[in-house]
Structure formats: structure tokens, C-alpha cells
Design a protein around this ligand. Structure first.
Ligand code: IMP
Length: 504
């Protein structure tokens, strides 16, 4: 007869944290949110990769491209760039993150010098930018011949067919700087010369980047920024169990700091084979996570196979219909606690600590400290990040409300068949049924603004539990299962609310 687990599986919303004594030194600004990402001998060495906040963005088309990766690494977290795209384009995204320098932007509004005012207006309309570089070949890296801004022409007086070269500020009259200058030096030049933008060129006078006065405040140093040993932003990338022999070397060559096998079910020989191949090729040099699993057996299988971290969660994602379609999965809170217990047992047996990542199912901010208290070392989020300006999807106005598009990797829209590949089909790109939906999420603005609030809440909860670090929270936390009526009691009740609002 089938084995039946004695306890039912539960979700985050079924638990609350019971406060511990908050000592006077336990205040939010003293909380340390750094956490280990990859396996290490706890007590003897430090993890080779630690992140400054315990949040990573999901390996999804609608969430993690280079734009998200830059924004999140600048705030101390880590993105895993989605794998359901050709190797070349994923590699290009990784390269863009590694090349990123705060405040130095690649010029995306460029024309050739025989362009006309009408071309300039078209570029302006397409990009939304009024500063346009005039380059030898009309690209962002051509030889810089001049700059056009809206001060150089009067739409009411200048003929549309007027050539750019007759009204641009030519190169010999431009204030520019050479490649190698740092941001604060570039800003000094902008202020000293009272200009709005500074082109950066190389020794051949080819355009390298632009620095804009308007970005000044935004690009001041960020204390949590997650940097590699060469002071470049840190970035992760998803891989699959099909084309890893080609994808992994390309991503490593592009500078990816860490990889993660992206699959809905990680308890499989496909994952074992992928991990073994990576270990044979690169030894321990390449850091790679695996998953997803929901129990001790799954964890031990991937730990033995060489995973650097293990991702936990099946069926809890907001866009996920795996449980409905296939009847597999487990309540996310129970899964995290079961895998955390297995991780601790593994540490006791081997001295090696393998961090675990709770993936999916975070609805409210308070679910995050709950996941950490239950044993997660860090948390992967899709819906949460999809709502921000920095996610790659379109912002739309639907029924008077701004929304962002958000679709599952198992939806027909993403067609990420490798993620759901059960090895049964020789036919590539085959997805017989969907395991994810195509949806909208409420638009929420800038990542940093929202993240700051979320992190403040996490720190505040940790202080209520008398903890200044994630490890302390895990050791001290006391959790209680709540009844459905006490969940009702937890929201505003028995009052007439002035306005109905959902608090994220
Ligand atoms: P969320 O944060 O609740 O939106 O969950 C995001 C997580 O859902 C991802 O990190 C994946 O593990 C998982 N996921 C992504 N796409 C799908 C899908 O189409 N079906 C099932 N799970 C998905």
C-alpha cells in the first residue's frame, strides 16, 4: 500500500511567529540579512558566495533578464537569468550585467550623420530619449561625430529634411571624457561644465557610454551592492538538463557567477547527470544549485549528486497549476521545514552545510521572515519581482489599473518544455499540457522603493523574535499553527474600513 505521510502539509499563511524577548540592542538597523548561498564547512570556512539580502529572483522569462539582475544585485540580492531562451541571448544578458557600471549607460538613441531632423524625431519617439548620439555607423559603439539634444533644433522653424550634421554639436566642440574615468569624476565634469550629459569615448573616439546628470542621485553608491572580486555585479543563470554541455561553458565564459538547474521536479536522474557532468568538467569551481524538491529524500539525492544549494517547492508558485494538473507537490511551509531538517541532519553527518532556497508561494511580505524562520537560507520570488519597473514585461492599463504581465514557465506562452521534460519524448519543444498560467500582477513601481519597505518589515519581525541574524532567527523562532478563525482575526475586522486596500 502507498505510504501516507502522517501530517498534512501546510502553507505559510497557516503559521505565525510568537515573539521572543526583544533586547534593547535588537533594533532593525542592526539586523544583518546576509546569508550563504553555496555549500561550505560551517564553523571552518565561509561560503564562497554570500548575498547581502536573502532574496533572489525567479528563473523566469517574465522576471529575470539583465535589467532585473542589475537592479537586484545593486540592492544586494541575486537574479538567475532565465534559461528558456537561446544560449546566445542568455549569454548576452549575462555579459551585459557583468559589463554594467553604475551611471554609465549604453547609448540607445543613435543616428548617422546623414540622418535628418525627421529621423531624429523618429528615434526620440521610439526611445523616449532626447539626447541622441551621432556616430559613424549609427550604432552605440561607432565613432562619435556629435550629439543632438532638443536644444539644437526648433520643430516650428527647422525643416524636417535638414541634415543632422548642420545642427548637431560636433565632436570638436563637445565636452567628453575618456574610457576609464570613474563615476564621481564624470559627475564632476558634468557639474563643472554645466552640461546635462557626458559622452565617454575610447582612444579611437568610439562611443563607450553616456553619463547623464539626471541619473546622479540614483547612482550614488549602494552599500548593499553585490559585487564579485573584480567589483562587477554578481549574476546567476538558469540551466536545463538537456543542453547543459553547450549552455554551461557559454555561461561560465560570459562571467556567470553561479548556475541553477531550472526544473519543476529535481528528484531525477537528469539532474544527477547534469551535476555529475559539471563536477567532471569543472570540479568545485563552478557553483550550481539544483531542485526543486519537497522532502528529505529529494534533498539527500541532490546533496549526494553535488548540488551547491537545493531549491525547495513544487506547486506553490502563484502562476503554477502543477498540483491541479499532475497532483504532485506539497504545502510550501511543510516542504521548507522538512528539507531544512534534512539539511541540518546532513550537516551533522558530514560537516557540510548546504543552503536551501524556498522557491515560490510568497504572497505577503510577512511570509518571508516565516520562510527564513522555518529554515530557508534564502528565498526565490517570481510574482513579487514581476510587479516592478525592472521586470522585462510590458506595463499595461487594464480596467483602469496598471498591471504588469506575468506568465509561468510552464504556460504555452513561455513554452519552457525543458523545465517540465520527463524524458519521455524524443520530440523537442513538446508540451502536451500546461503547468502554468499567463496572468497580470498589479504594477508596483520601482524595485528599490518596494524592496526597502519589505526589508524593513523583515528586520522588524526578526527583532520581535529577538534575532539579529538569519541563523539566530532559525535557532530561536517559535512558530504556531493558526486556526482559520484566528486568521480572520489577524486582518482588520468588525470595523467599517475607509478604503479597501490589499497590503502586499
Ligand atoms: P511565485 O513567486 O509564487 O510567483 O513563484 C515563482 C516560482 O514558481 C518560480 O521560481 C518557479 O519555481 C515556479 N514556476 C514558474 N513558472 C511556473 C509554471 O509555469 N508552473 C509551475 N511553477 C512555475
Amino acid at each position: 500500500m502507498a505510504m501516507i505521510f502522517e501530517q498534512e502539509s501546510r502553507t505559510f499563511s497557516e503559521y505565525l511567529l510568537v515573539p521572543n524577548l526583544t533586547t534593547k540592542d535588537c533594533v532593525p538597523h542592526r539586523v544583518d540579512l546576509t546569508t550563504a548561498v553555496v555549500r561550505y564547512r560551517k564553523g571552518k570556512e565561509k561560503s564562497r558566495l554570500r548575498i547581502n539580502i536573502p532574496l533572489v529572483s525567479a528563473i523566469m522569462q517574465a522576471v529575470s533578464d539583465d535589467g532585473m539582475a542589475i537592479a537586484l544585485a545593486r540592492s544586494g540580492g541575486l537574479s538567475f537569468i532565465f534559461a528558456s531562451q537561446p544560449i546566445a541571448s542568455q549569454v548576452e544578458m549575462v555579459r551585459r550585467v557583468k559589463k554594467y557600471k553604475a551611471g554609465f549607460v549604453t547609448s540607445d538613441a543613435n543616428v548617422m550623420q546623414d540622418a535628418t531632423l525627421s529621423d531624429v524625431l523618429a528615434v526620440k519617439a521610439r526611445t523616449g530619449h532626447s539626447t541622441i548620439a551621432v556616430t559613424s555607423d549609427g550604432t552605440a559603439t561607432g565613432r562619435l561625430l556629435g550629439i543632438v539634444t532638443s536644444r539644437d533644433y526648433r520643430i516650428s522653424r527647422t525643416q524636417l529634411e535638414t541634415p543632422v550634421k548642420s545642427f548637431m554639436t560636433p565632436f570638436d566642440q563637445l565636452v567628453y571624457a575618456r574610457e576609464g574615468i570613474n563615476l564621481s569624476e564624470a559627475n564632476d565634469i558634468i557639474w563643472d561644465h554645466k552640461i546635462n550629459q557626458l559622452p565617454i569615448v575610447n582612444d579611437e573616439n568610439e562611443l563607450v557610454a553616456m553619463v547623464f546628470r539626471k541619473d546622479y542621485d540614483e547612482h550614488k553608491e549602494n552599500p548593499y551592492e553585490l559585487l564579485d572580486a573584480h567589483k562587477r555585479l554578481t549574476v546567476g543563470a538558469g540551466i536545463n538538463t538537456r543542453d547543459y554541455r553547450d549552455r554551461v561553458p557559454a555561461l561560465i565564459d560570459a562571467g556567470a557567477d553561479i548556475l541553477c538547474i531550472d526544473s519543476s521536479d529535481g528528484f531525477s536522474e537528469w539532474q544527477q547527470e547534469t551535476l555529475t557532468w559539471i563536477r567532471n568538467q569543472y570540479g568545485d569551481e563552478v557553483m550550481v544549485g539544483a531542485g526543486n524538491v519537497v522532502d528529505a529524500e529529494g534533498f539527500r539525492f541532490l546533496a549526494k549528486a553535488g548540488a551547491d544549494f537545493v531549491k525547495v517547492g513544487i506547486g506553490g508558485g502563484s502562476i503554477c497549476i502543477t498540483r491541479e494538473q499532475k497532483g504532485i507537490g506539497c504545502g510550501q511551509a511543510s516542504a521548507v521545514m522538512a528539507v531544512a531538517a534534512a539539511r541540518d541532519a546532513w550537516f551533522r553527518e558530514t560537516g557540510v552545510y548546504i543552503p536551501i532556497c524556498s522557491d515560490g508561494g510568497i504572497v505577503y511580505d510577512y511570509h518571508m521572515p516565516l520562510a527564513l524562520a522555518m529554515g530557508a537560507d534564502f528565498i526565490m520570488l517570481g510574482r513579487y519581482f514581476a510587479r516592478f519597473d525592472e521586470s522585462p514585461t510590458r506595463r499595461l492599463l487594464v480596467n483602469g489599473t496598471y498591471v504588469k504581465e506575468y506568465w509561468g514557465e510552464g504556460s504555452n506562452r513561455a513554452r519552457n518544455w525543458q523545465r517540465y521534460d520527463d524524458g519521455s519524448s524524443a520530440e523537442k519543444d513538446k508540451m502536451t499540457f500546461e503547468e502554468g498560467v499567463d496572468s497580470y500582477v498589479p504594477y508596483a513601481g520601482k524595485l528599490k522603493v518596494n524592496l526597502d519597505v519589505t526589508l524593513t518589515k523583515i528586520c522588524s519581525t526578526m527583532c520581535a523574535c529577538g534575532s539579529l541574524t538569519i541563523q539566530e532567527l532559525q535557532e530561536k523562532a517559535r512558530l504556531v499553527v493558526v486556526s482559520s478563525t484566528s486568521i480572520v482575526e489577524g486582518g482588520a475586522h468588525d470595523v467599517i474600513q475607509k478604503e479597501s486596500e490589499r497590503r502586499p
